[in-house]
Design a protein. Structure first.
Length: 173
């Protein structure tokens, strides 16, 4: 079934580094992935509650010349493989740009780098997501600004058990 055949549904947009996995600065090696406590359980909880699951992540390491886009795709594939099928991520969106980048192709401002809402807006449009029933979990002010600019609620995750954090969010909505 295609996305446009589905009724509009709510979604959880999750930052990658610092929310789902430890932020080890410019991750490019899937072997270095360290899941945040409760992250896999949180994704399962969101799936059971009927939320689509999307990752929105700034990846300026590409613009800075630390790794290429293929490295991001390898990390995302490894994340998917580590999850049970029913709680996998519906789609990953990443921004490889940074205005101060060393790689000319990527050294520019854009509408997808958080705090801009471009990644969230595109996923909402592409997957028929209902903004009113969606939210974003991030670990930085720029994540929350992107949520606000996209017209969805943002929650600041300051560490700890992500599943417990998600359970509290779902209890409130």
């Amino acid at each position: 079934m295609r996305d446009d055949d589905l009724a509009m549904t709510g979604a959880a947009f999750l930052d990658r580094d610092g929310v789902l996995i430890s932020d080890c600065r410019y991750l490019s090696d899937p072997g270095q992935i360290q899941w945040i406590d409760g992250a896999k359980l949180a994704l399962s909880r969101l799936a059971r509650a009927g939320f689509r699951r999307f990752v929105v992540t700034n990846q300026s390491g590409v613009a800075r010349g630390y790794f290429d886009e293929a490295a991001i795709l390898r990390v995302h594939a490894a994340l998917q493989e580590a999850l049970p099928e029913e709680s996998r991520i519906d789609a990953f969106a990443y921004c490889p740009h940074h205005p101060d980048g060393a790689i000319a192709t990527y050294a520019r401002p854009c509408d997808c780098r958080k705090p801009a809402p471009g990644m969230v807006d595109r996923l909402i449009a592409d997957h028929g997501i209902d903004r009113a029933h969606s939210f974003l979990i991030g670990d930085k002010a720029s994540d929350l600004q992107a949520a606000e600019r996209a017209g969805i609620v943002g929650y600041l995750f300051e560490g700890g058990d992500l599943d417990a954090f998600v359970a509290r969010i779902l209890d409130r909505i």
